[in-house]
Design a protein. Structure first.
Length: 728
């Protein structure tokens, strides 16, 4: 039970949310399997006329979905959900008194639109309510409650369907009451919170149009494919088993019951176990597992009844495992790919394609069943293969899941099941060394810090603890900056960097996200054993080191410059990629002592090939540069410099005024210390960010003039990634 308890979502309102999802699904489950019988009993129309009316209604509802998405973004998901559920409950109540065909169609438009609205707004609400590192579990809860409620609703409606028309009328009334109750259950939830539109540094990547986001389109296509398979299996398998196999109708109930029960019971714990893995790969793998049932149905006709039962039971078990993996991962991926301030609009766009699949699949299924029943299953298997290809190739967000991307989605190969925190060095930091080691050693004795690093305590709650004084600053042994920086540490540095890479790939800054992650682990060990910090401290944090390591491998730069290279701890993470590309690097720093230490460290690690060490002023040296592919900036001027342009981080502007002209069009600038986002309303960072904004004002103007893609990521110290335009 301990493992199950750890997998359950936490946070205020989780019980209300789960209850609303369950009750809503009971009503939906009572409706879907027996809708045709209900409408025929209540309205007296032929099945073909009812089917035509429902199809027309579903198609009419689709064009309204973009408006629904904008309403979710503007007013928040809770009130949109309340309105949609209330409208659906009212429509079902009116079905009982409707008489004409077009009244039926009009009410069906309301029902279809409200269903699509709920499927749009519910994941947004889950993301709004979930704490840091909890969104996947809230989404898994919604899936689990849906399957449990749907199964209960279908079972209850099944008993009613075995009676007369009056019993079906009771099903309709009970459905309306369930949906109305679900609407009321949404009210206690705090779903009004909405994300603001991104600031100038983010606007180029946070694409407001889902059709311009290749990663999101890939996920939408994968989702439409999986939905087509699910609808086809639900509608075609009973007919196929009854017409073409020797097993009898009882097997249909057993297969669907097994699927429903496993989905309801296993979704939350399975989602928890899958947290260390990348959603895109899980979608692809889940699609492959779907093929087990499709292939079993395709070949079952050549076997006897006993073999058919075995094939279909095993096939359904594997299919269900694939559904557990892919449906949750796809939902997590879709919500992650959408910019937070436009998540409603993006998910509404996805529902358009789900609606189209709903409308087209029944017709396709009936054509196959009439002309090539076995061919249907192989066509669906081909669809699953297509989803696998899309899942493997689809790129990730044009905007992070949240600011920042929290990095709770995955671990690299070989580290599954562990809290993935890279320790870049294990040296004594009493004199110098990485600040993150000092922070971790100082705070690991506090349960609040440990819970935060495990993803069990939200960033906001941990920040509140830091600011409460419960752990006096003097007791921690840290300074104020270090103590507050602990609130910005990602839960998982690997996944954090991975999410940034995928966003940069989607924006066209890099052409791939692949880099040798295992070599980064090896380099971490070598740096820990070899790198000598002396009296120097560094504020390069693990996710920033990994990002630079990855970018150097992906960009394959021939020429890289490091203005403000300090004692080489920033450059060391780029050198393996630079050397692998056969490139050259130039470290630039005016301090001869730190440059000597940088040279000694790179030589000790065998990473000094093609390195030029320049102890000159970076502004002046920039004028001598020729063609540069990659610039890694982390300079710092004297804090008491008379010229404000040379003071502290304001020096970025004059350095880049001379250096940018040498960076080729399409070249990349990576700037450190771009701490411009306050993640938790932290008072300390509010002051620091105001100071940074003032210091970077000139630098930002320069970026606007010379760089056509700009992305600032709220890593622990903040990094900016910029692509050089073709302006001279």
């Amino acid at each position: 039970m301990k493992g199950l308890g750890a997998s359950l979502p936490r946070g205020k309102g989780v019980r209300w949310f789960g209850a609303a999802c369950f009750v809503n699904a009971v009503g939906t489950g009572a409706y879907y399997p027996f809708s045709l019988l209900f409408f025929q009993a209540e309205l007296g129309f032929s099945l073909s006329r009812i089917g035509a009316g429902l199809t027309v209604a579903a198609l009419i509802a689709l064009p309204a979905l973009p408006l629904i998405g904008r309403l979710v973004d503007r007013f928040g998901p809770k009130w949109v959900l309340f309105g949609a559920a209330s409208a659906r409950a009212g429509a079902f109540g009116l079905y009982l008194v409707a008489g004409g065909f077009w009244e039926f169609v009009a009410l069906s438009v309301v029902v279809a639109l409200s269903l699509r609205t709920e499927q749009t707004a519910s994941p947004v609400l889950a993301g709004t309510l979930a704490g840091e590192g909890q969104q996947g579990r809230w989404l898994a809860l919604s899936r689990s409650m849906f399957n449990a409620g749907f199964g209960c609703g279908a079972m209850l409606a099944g008993f009613a369907a075995s009676g007369d028309g009056d019993d079906l009328a009771l099903v309709g009334a009970a459905n309306a009451l369930c949906i109305a109750l679900a609407a009321l259950l949404y009210l206690p939830l705090a779903g009004e919170r909405r994300a603001a539109a991104p600031e100038r540094a983010e606007r180029d990547l946070a694409a407001d149009k889902p059709w311009r986001n290749r990663g999101f389109l890939a996920a939408v296509a994968a989702g439409a494919g999986l939905w087509t398979i699910a609808v086809a299996v639900e509608s075609a398998m009973p007919v196929y088993v009854m017409r073409h196999l020797q097993t009898g109708p009882w097997l249909i109930g057993v297969l669907f019951a097994m699927n429903t029960v496993l989905l309801a019971l296993c979704q939350v714990p399975v989602a928890y176990r899958l947290e260390p893995y990348r959603p895109r790969r899980l979608v692809a793998l889940g699609a492959v597992l779907h093929i087990a049932l499709l292939a079993a149905l395709g070949v079952a006709g050549g076997f006897g009844a006993g073999a058919q039962i075995g094939l279909l039971v095993v096939g359904m078990a594997v299919y269900t495992l694939g559904e557990l993996m892919s449906s949750h991962s796809l939902l997590l991926l879709l919500t992650s790919l959408a910019p937070e301030h436009r998540r409603g609009s993006f998910l509404a766009f996805n529902q358009i394609f789900i609606g189209l699949a709903n409308a087209v699949t029944p017709l396709t299924v009936t054509l196959f069943l009439d002309h090539s029943a076995t061919g249907l299953w192989w066509a669906l298997a081909a669809c699953a293969v297509a989803v696998t290809v899309i899942g493997r190739r689809g790129r990730a967000p044009a905007a992070p899941e949240e600011s920042p991307p929290v990095g709770t989605l995955a671990h690299p190969a070989g580290s599954q099941g562990k809290d993935h925190k890279v320790t870049l060095t294990a040296t004594d930091v009493s004199l110098g060394g990485p600040a993150h080691v000092l922070i971790d050693e100082a705070l690991s004795r506090y349960p609040q810090y440990r819970a935060f690093r495990r993803g069990e305590l939200s960033r906001a709650d941990y920040c509140a603890w830091v600011g409460s004084g419960a752990a006096p600053l003097s007791e921690t042994g840290l300074n104020e900056d270090q103590f507050n920086l602990s609130t910005r540490l990602p839960v998982n540095e690997w996944a954090y960097a991975e999410r940034i890479l995928e966003e940069l790939s989607d924006a066209g800054v890099i052409g791939s996200t692949a880099y040798p992650a295992d070599e980064f682990e090896t380099l971490c060990g070598a740096v820990a054993a070899t790198f000598q910090h002396g009296p120097h401290k560094t504020y390069i944090f693990p996710e920033e080191a990994r990002l630079l390591f990855a970018l150097a491998h992906i960009l394959e730069p021939r020429t890289t410059v490091f203005p403000g290279s300090y004692y080489g701890y920033w450059a060391v993470w780029a050198m393996p990629g630079i050397i692998a590309a056969g490139g050259a690097a130039t470290l630039i720093d005016v301090n001869t002592d730190t440059m000597r230490r940088a040279k000694d460290n790179l030589e000790a690690l065998g990473l000094n090939k093609g390195v030029d060490y320049v102890t000159e002023d970076a502004i002046a040296f920039g004028r001598t540069l020729d063609r540069v592919d990659f610039c890694v900036l982390d300079a710092e001027g004297p804090k008491d410099a008379e010229d404000p342009l040379l003071r502290d981080k304001a020096i970025y502007e004059p350095i880049m005024q001379t250096t940018s002209r040498a960076i080729r069009p399409g070249g990349v600038l990576l700037a450190h210390n771009m701490l411009l986002h306050n993640l938790t309303d932290n008072r300390y960072f509010a002051g620091r960010i105001a100071n940074n904004e003032a210091q970077y004002a000139g630098f930002h103007r320069h970026l606007d003039e010379y760089y056509d893609v700009q992305a600032v990521y709220p890593t622990t110290e903040g990094v900016g990634v910029y692509r050089r335009s073709d302006k001279d």
